[in-house]
Design a binder for this molecule. Structure first.
Ligand code: SAM
Ligand code: SF4
Length: 344
C-alpha cells in the first residue's frame, strides 16, 4: 500500500487552521544581498553537513504530502536556483500523490538570476508556477538595493519564464521608503504590459538586525494610493488563504490592463487564514515565519525515524502554531534567523 492510499493525519493547529501549503528552503545561500533580507557581508552559512540532501528533502516532502495532507509545495531559499539538484527534487515531488489525487502543485520563489538557463529543465520536471523578486527597473537602484549589478539577468529570467508558459508569472516587490517608491509605477506598467502579476509586499522585521522600522515601512494602502493616481483599481474577491489581496487594473479610459496585488503582512495580517508550514534547508520545521522555536526533523530523520514518527512529530509541532505573528505586540521580538535562512 502506498502512503497516499491511507487517510492523511492532517496538519491542524490549536486555532482550527489546517496547513496544506509547504514552503521548503533549499539553501540559505544567495547571489544577492538585498538590504531588507541580508547584511552586505552575507551571513554565517549553514554548515554543509546540516543541509538536507536531495533524498532527505524529498522524503520529508513525501511525509508532508502523503501523511499530512499537504497539497502545494513551494521551493525557496536563500536562492533556490543555486541548489544543483533542484530539477530532480521537483521531479520527485511531482511523483507524489496528494489526498485529493494527483501530484502536489509545485512553485518556486526566486530572484530570477539564471532562470533563463534553467527554466526548460524545471518546467520539464513539473514546475508549474514561479514568483520572481524584483524591486526596481532602474539598474543603479537595483544594484544598490540588491548590492549586485544583475538586473538584466533578472529581466531575462522573467521573460524566459513567460516564454516557457509558467503563467501567470508573478513578480514580488518589497517597497522601501526613500529607496524604491519611485519604482512602483514603472514596475506596474512593465508587468501589466507583459501580463506578469505584480504584488507589492510590506517590508517585515525579518532582515538584518535593527534593519526594520515600522514608521519607515511603506504600508500597502500607500502603494495602492500611488497606483490609484494612474489606474482604476477594482478589488477582486477570493483572497482565501492567499496572502495577496488582488485588484483588477483599468486605465483611466476603462481598458482592462491586468491584475496587481498587495501583500500587507504587517498592516492587514492574514494569520487567521494561514495554511502554511515551513521546512528550513537544515531540516528544521517552523510553524510560522515569525516562530521563535523550531522542531528538529533532521536528527530523527538521520537516526532512523519512520515516516509515521516524523509525521507525528510534525503534527505535534504544528499544534503549537501561534495565532498570529505578533508584530504589533509590545513584547514582539523578531526570529533569530533572517528571511534568507528561514525561506521566504
Ligand atoms: N531568493 C529568492 C527571492 O528573492 O525571491 C527566494 C527567497 S526570498 C527570502 C523570498 C521573498 O522574501 C522575496 O520576494 C523577498 O523580496 C522577500 N523578503 C525578504 N526579506 C523580506 C522582508 N524583510 N520583508 C518582506 N519580504 C522580504
Ligand atoms: Fe537573496 Fe532573495 Fe534575500 Fe534577496 S530576498 S538576498 S535574492 S534570499
Amino acid at each position: 500500500m502506498t502512503l497516499a492510499t491511507q487517510p492523511t493525519l492532517g496538519l491542524r493547529d490549536a486555532h482550527g487552521r489546517v496547513a496544506r501549503d509547504l514552503r521548503v528552503s533549499l539553501t540559505d545561500r544567495c547571489n544577492l544581498r538585498c538590504s531588507y533580507c541580508m547584511p552586505a557581508e552575507g551571513l554565517a552559512w549553514l554548515p554543509g553537513r546540516t543541509i538536507l540532501t536531495d533524498t532527505e528533502v524529498v522524503r520529508l516532502v513525501r511525509v508532508a504530502v502523503e501523511l499530512l495532507g499537504v497539497d502545494t509545495v513551494r521551493f525557496t531559499g536563500g536562492e533556490p536556483l543555486l541548489r544543483p539538484g533542484l530539477a530532480g527534487i521537483i521531479a520527485a515531488v511531482r511523483e507524489l500523490t496528494t489526498d485529493r489525487g494527483g501530484p502536489p502543485g509545485v512553485a518556486l520563489t526566486t530572484n530570477g538570476i539564471g532562470l533563463d538557463a534553467h527554466v526548460a529543465a524545471l518546467k520539464a520536471a513539473g514546475l508549474e508556477r514561479v514568483n520572481v523578486s524584483l524591486d526596481s527597473l532602474n539598474r543603479q537602484r537595483y544594484a544598490a538595493l540588491a548590492r549586485r549589478d544583475r538586473l538584466p539577468e533578472v529581466l531575462a529570467g522573467l521573460a524566459a519564464a513567460e516564454a516557457a508558459g509558467l503563467r501567470p508569472v508573478k513578480v514580488n516587490t518589497v517597497v522601501m521608503r526613500g529607496v524604491n517608491e519611485v519604482d512602483v509605477l514603472p514596475l506596474a506598467e512593465y508587468c501589466l504590459e507583459r501580463g506578469y502579476q505584480l504584488r507589492f509586499i510590506e517590508q517585515m522585521p525579518l532582515g538584518p538586525r535593527h534593519g526594520w522600522d515600522r514608521d519607515a515601512m511603506v504600508p500597502a494602502a500607500e502603494v495602492l494610493a500611488r497606483l490609484q493616481q494612474h489606474y482604476r483599481l477594482i478589488p477582486l474577491p477570493g483572497r482565501g488563504a492567499a496572502p495577496s489581496e488582488d485588484w483588477q487594473v483599468l486605465d483611466a479610459d476603462g481598458r482592462v490592463r491586468g491584475r496587481i496585488g498587495v501583500i500587507a503582512s504587517v498592516t492587514r495580517p492574514f494569520c487567521g487564514a494561514c495554511d502554511r508550514t515551513r521546512l528550513t534547508a537544515d531540516g528544521q520545521l517552523r510553524t510560522c515565519l515569525f516562530a521563535r522555536t523550531e522542531t528538529d526533523l533532521r536528527t530523527p530523520l538521520r537516526s532512523g525515524a519512520t515516516d509515521l514518527e516524523l509525521a507525528e512529530l510534525w503534527q505535534g509541532a504544528h499544534l503549537t502554531k501561534a495565532r498570529g505573528h505578533g508584530i504589533d505586540d509590545p513584547g514582539f521580538a523578531p526570529p533569530v534567523r533572517t528571511m534568507s535562512s528561514i525561506g521566504g
